[in-house]
Design a protein around this ligand. Structure first.
Ligand code: PGA
Length: 254
């Protein structure tokens, strides 16, 4: 199972080594088999790359963002080529905080998804409705977000990619979504994509859940049939809140 940790705009240079060494040691001590990936602010990727190499850690790096261009006059951006230099494996695209605060449209998100895939990294596409609405309304919203990727890239778009279902209202609010509802949405996402691309058999596209995950609720999510993994925000910032979640996942992993 994949455990994705999104640090967002948090962290400090001088805590990185301590955090990663401690997390790595705990993973070894408790023989953790899940794949753990941390997504720090981009400026820390290079330091973390060195730290992970030094301690021979299996922790994977994810980027929180990428530009739609490879190089050129695009001030302030980071290219997928640069991410590859630091062994980044996954790239989050379309997180609601980027869609909202940086006005990333479905069109921009699709271009980012495309450039990540074309360059051999794995996009983690974040989708999810903004408000607590009826299942049917959410369904239309989510299908539209998925369709924008199909329109841009074609029916094979989701091969070698991950989807993170993150209802916007559940992010950072302390109010996670109902696990049964999430399970139904995941089934919808999986069957919708499988119907378009028969490469996916038995709904085997990976769909993570994100939104106020903590040690108190994580089991309720990972025990559901169609929830393949999780995306943790706030609770991933400290070992004392993150590691208990990892241990629960490890114990009950499918
Ligand atoms: P949260 O963030 O766990 O703090 O709700 C999740 C996310 O935005 O990925």
């Amino acid at each position: 199972m994949l455990i994705l940790c999104n640090w967002k705009l948090n962290g400090k240079k001088n805590i990185l080594k301590k955090f990663f060494v401690e997390l790595n040691n705990l993973c070894i001590k408790f023989k953790i088999k899940s794949n753990i990936s941390i997504s720090p602010p981009i400026i820390y990727l290079s330091k973390l790359y060195e730290i992970l190499k030094d301690i021979k850690s299996k922790i994977i790096l994810t980027s929180q963002n990428v530009d739609v261009h490879i190089q050129g006059a695009f001030t302030g951006e980071t290219s997928v080529y640069m991410l590859k230099e630091f062994n980044v494996k996954y790239v989050i695209v379309g997180h609601s905080e980027r869609r909202i605060h940086h006005f990333e449209s479905d069109e921009i998100v699709s271009s980012k998804f495309d450039i990540v895939k074309k360059n051999g990294l794995i996009p983690i596409l974040c989708i999810g409705e903004h408000f607590q609405e009826s299942f049917d309304k959410s369904k239309i919203f989510i299908k539209n977000q998925i369709d924008s990727i199909f329109i841009k890239i074609g029916k094979k778009a989701f091969r070698n990619s991950i989807i993170a279902y993150e209802p916007v209202w559940a992010i950072g609010s302390g109010i996670s979504a109902d696990p049964n509802y999430v399970n139904d949405i995941h089934f919808l996402i999986k069957s919708y994509i499988c119907k378009k691309d028969n490469f996916f058999k038995n709904n085997n596209i990976v769909v993570q859940y994100g939104g106020s995950i903590s040690k108190n609720n994580v089991y309720n999510f990972i025990s559901k049939k169609y929830i393949d993994g999780i995306l943790i925000g706030g609770a991933s910032l400290e070992i004392k809140t993150l590691f208990p979640i990892i241990k629960i996942i490890e114990k009950f992993s499918k």
